[in-house]
Design a protein around this ligand. Structure first.
Ligand SMILES: Nc1ncnc2c1ncn2[C@@H]1O[C@H](COP(=O)(O)OP(=O)(O)OP(=O)(O)O)[C@@H](O)[C@H]1O
Ligand SMILES: CC(C)(CO)[C@@H](O)C(=O)NCCC(=O)O
Ligand SMILES: [K+]
Length: 257
């Protein structure tokens, strides 16, 4: 990221560390100014100053709110002087369990505040997760390997079943070549699961919003729109849910001192 913006008193940063990469956002007060993704930092970077050359204004580091599901990456930020690490115990949603991922909790909080409750969040990241809430309380969810990870694992554990690229649209279901057979197998099972989880959720909570986030949100929505146009229209796509969750966190803890 370039440092070509005026750093205001009200500016603050959030860094959400996922299993594939870093997700950054720059806010001014409640407004998101800019967001971008970046690769994981190398473990050889040993101090924050080395890591954050582009996010300081001279020697005044911006407040940084960090939410991470990767402890080795979290460790690289420990010495940043203006750091708040967001932990699950600070998320006011009821009924969470201690090992719930902070990214899931924050995305859920962000969805509740931005849309409404009940809500089902689908995070199409490295892992594909479903996380639902009703009455400001976690109902529950599910975790499975995400779209890319499914392709990668098939490529790694077999001799010769690797493919380079995801098709932009749904492939033919009954394929007559290896590439399309793999694409069909993975994509149709993921989309069928998606539909099944959404329908099951909507049976319990007919007025619920369903919000799709994560790096594979656009491609999955494309597939879903081909597969079930009617269900696809019920889905809200928002790539910034976790940032809205961090914003809620900041607001809550500023207000309460
Ligand atoms: N430039 C990119 N680099 C890495 N992944 C990308 C990129 N563009 C799209 N993707 C897709 O994004 C997915 C990862 O999503 P995302 O970045 O939301 O995950 P993450 O936040 O790092 O991981 P998680 O939240 O599941 O721990 C990958 O499966 C990949 O298909
Ligand atoms: C599932 C992931 C990897 C998704 O990023 C993360 O939220 C995580 O590590 N969660 C811990 C397990 C749980 O949420 O139940
Ligand atoms: K995520």
């Amino acid at each position: 990221m370039s440092a070509l913006f005026y750093v205001l008193e009200s500016n603050w940063l959030t860094l959400a560390i996922g299993n594939s990469r870093l997700h950054w956002a720059l806010f001014a007060g409640e407004s998101l100014l800019k967001n971008w993704d970046a690769p994981h930092l190398l473990a050889s970077c040993s101090n924050w100053a080395e890591l954050s050359v582009n996010i300081t204004n001279g020697d005044r580091p911006l407040p940084l709110f960090l939410a991470s599901v990767v402890p080795s990456q979290t460790a690289l930020w420990q010495t940043y002087p203006n750091l708040q690490i967001i932990t699950l115990d600070k998320v006011p949603i009821k009924g969470t369990y201690p090992t719930l991922g902070i990214d899931r909790a924050l995305a859920l909080w962000g969805a509740i505040e931005t849309y409404s409750i009940p809500v089902l969040v689908i995070d199409a990241g490295t892992a594909l997760t479903f996380t639902g809430a009703s009455n400001f309380s976690l109902v529950g969810g599910a975790i499975l390997p995400g779209l890319s990870l499914q392709f990668q694992s098939l490529g790694q554990k077999t001799a010769g079943l690797s493919i380079e690229e995801l098709p932009a649209q749904l492939p033919p279901r009954f394929a007559t070549n290896t590439t399309q057979a793999i694409q069909s197998g993975i994509i149709y099972t993921i989309i069928a699961s998606l539909c099944d989880y959404i329908q099951s959720w909507l049976q319990q909570y007919p007025n619920s919003k369903v919000v799709l986030t994560g790096g594979d949100r656009t491609i999955l929505l494309n597939y879903l729109s081909n597969y079930s146009p009617q269900l696809a229209t019920k889905i809200i796509v928002d790539g910034n849910l976790i940032f809205w969750g961090v914003r809620s966190y900041r607001k809550l803890y500023r207000a309460s001192g």
